[in-house]
Write a protein that binds this ligand. Structure first.
Ligand code: PLP
Length: 368
């Protein structure tokens, strides 16, 4: 592809010397797992998110799993979540032995609909979900205030999935600092990506933070003393922490450029019939996702022009083959179902040029 959907070589090239130095620092230290680099990154990232605590873990899906365990979700419980966010939440829910309760997303934001969550939580003393996972999809903050208010009426913990929203903020508060716990992935293509797998859980709650630290390492509260049940091995390594520390100071600049690209697209695609995401200050535009009933036609035309695209995500969680075999509940999901057939992701990464953005918009317009 002449213009790929993402280009991590372009992303890393300007930092090559710094990154090599960071990796060499770790190699020569002789300490490779949960050491001084991880501790320093945890402090730096907690400060960045505006929370007290951060615990590095193996990846974003593990972050969600350990967060669910930390708030006591286990077999027999239900967790409210969306079905349009790529199976990550569902995977974590199933790993702890709980079942997903799918609720629909809002047609504009593509994030959990507060009305749908309200309808999914029964009034009165009847049983309700043990937790809610709120995904800030495509980099845009969900309607977090309303969702927290609804869950709060029943004291249901809210876990934010911030894997696409590093640095997104509203009212001066960052994604991850609103809910009971915030979960991050540092998969290489994320807004803040490692050179491999990585993840983190952030929280203002010291007890929950201690629980995550125990759960990520066999349930240990001190060496060889496994006191917390449900522990496993999911740790952030020193090399990835050193890479992330090198990149964190650049995150805000990269996010600003992503927003700028979204605004460029918005202007250039304004006349077309595709549905565009609103350019928003509370989005870090992890993905630029348009909607059209003619998605496949546009994809083929763009591919022929050497432009990479992707679909996030083609099959909603409740329609996945592996999920079909388990018991789960769902509320009506009309927006989730309709959007899965229409969403189309255009290239959006900080190193793209304005010319590339215009060329892609031109190719889309020519097809509409
Ligand atoms: C990438 C992603 C995850 C999972 O992260 P991994 O590190 O790949 O496990 C979770 N949630 C969302 C919304 C993601 O985009």
């Amino acid at each position: 592809m002449r213009i790929p959907i993402n280009d991590l070589k372009r992303h890393h090239a300007p930092l090559a010397t710094e990154l090599a130095a960071a990796v060499n620092r770790v190699l020569s230290s002789g300490w490779y797992i949960l050491g001084p680099e991880v501790e320093a990154f945890e402090q730096e990232f907690a400060r960045y998110c505006g929370v007290e605590h951060c615990a590095g873990v193996g990846n974003g899906t593990d972050a969600l799993e350990l967060a669910l365990r930390a708030v006591g979700v286990g077999p027999g419980a239900e967790v409210a979540t969306v079905a349009n966010a790529g199976m990550y939440g569902t995977t974590a829910i199933l790993r702890v032995g709980a079942a997903p309760l799918y609720v629909d997303v809002d047609d504009r934001s593509m994030t959990m609909s507060p009305a749908a969550l309200g309808a999914a939580i029964p009034a009165g003393p009847r049983g309700h979900p043990a937790a809610v996972i709120v995904t800030h999809l495509y980099g845009r903050m969900a309607e977090i205030e309303e969702l927290l208010a609804i869950a709060g009426q029943k004291n249901i913990p809210v876990i934010e999935d911030c894997a696409q929203a590093h640095g997104a903020e509203r009212a001066g508060r960052k994604a991850g600092s609103w809910g009971t716990l915030g979960c991050f992935s540092f998969y290489p293509t994320k807004n803040l990506g490692a050179a491999g797998d990585g993840g983190a859980v952030v929280t203002a709650d010291a007890t929950l933070a201690a629980k995550i630290r125990a759960l990520r390492q066999y349930g240990w509260t001190s060496k060889y003393r496994a006191t917390v049940a449900g522990g496993r091995n999911s740790r952030l390594d020193e090399m990835q922490a050193a890479v992330l520390r090198t990149k964190l100071p650049h995150l805000d600049g990269w996010n600003a450029r992503r927003r700028e690209i979204a605004r460029l697209y918005h202007g250039a695609l304004a006349g077309s019939e595709v549905i565009l995401p609103e350019p928003r200050d509370d989005s870090v535009t992890h993905l630029y996702v348009i909607r059209s009933p003619h998605r496949e036609r546009i994809r083929i035309a763009l591919a022929a022009a050497g432009i990479g695209t992707d679909v996030h995500y083609p099959v909603p969680d409740h329609r996945q083959e592996s999920v079909q075999r388990i018991a789960f509940r769902r509320t009506p999901l009309p927006v989730t179902e309709a959007s899965a057939a229409e969403v189309l992701t255009l290239p959006c990464f900080p190193e793209m040029t304005d010319t590339e953005v215009r060329e892609i918009a031109h190719a889309v317009n020519a097809e509409m």
